[in-house]
Write a protein that binds this ligand. Structure first.
Ligand code: SF4
Length: 137
């Protein structure tokens, strides 16, 4: 089965048209490759494997560094709600954790500097300002 066929079957089975964009049109080649591999694994009936402890620890350290570099900015409540709604319906959401990076979804979604590793929601660069009130931190 080709990646194109796997993605088409996945879209047909789940009704999630966005998989086409994520697998073939997303600007990040890593995201495209991950979604093609995800579709192939799904259509082959293989379970998705969550990241191991080392990857989870690496993701956490990188998230904290990005958070510090972004002035420790948090997102406003409406953005947090939007991010969490996307995570709640995400195929990678796994018991409160993101199955892509291994991070806990709620603290990850609160940090303005964080973005979804599957390209479903972007980071918000604050330039050292609070993501909620806009004042310098
Ligand atoms: S961060 Fe992205 S990949 Fe992870 S659970 Fe949320 S929406 Fe899914």
């Amino acid at each position: 089965m080709t990646p194109q066929e796997a993605v088409e079957k996945l879209v047909e089975r789940t009704g999630v048209e966005r998989y086409r964009h994520l697998a073939f049109e997303h600007p990040d080649p890593t995201v495209r490759a991950q979604y093609r591999a995800f579709a192939l694994a799904q259509e082959a009936g293989e379970p998705y494997k969550a990241p191991g402890v080392v990857k989870q620890a690496t993701s956490l350290v990188r998230a904290v560094v990005r958070h510090a570099a972004n002035g420790f900015a948090w997102v406003p409540a409406d953005v947090l709600g939007q991010r969490l709604a996307v995570c709640a319906s995400c195929e990678f959401h796994d018991g409160g954790r993101c199955g892509k990076c291994g991070c806990f979804v709620v603290p990850k979604a609160k940090m303005a500097s964080e973005s979804c590793p599957a390209g479903k929601w972007p980071a918000i660069k604050s330039g050292g300002k609070c993501g909620s009130c806009g004042s310098k931190s």
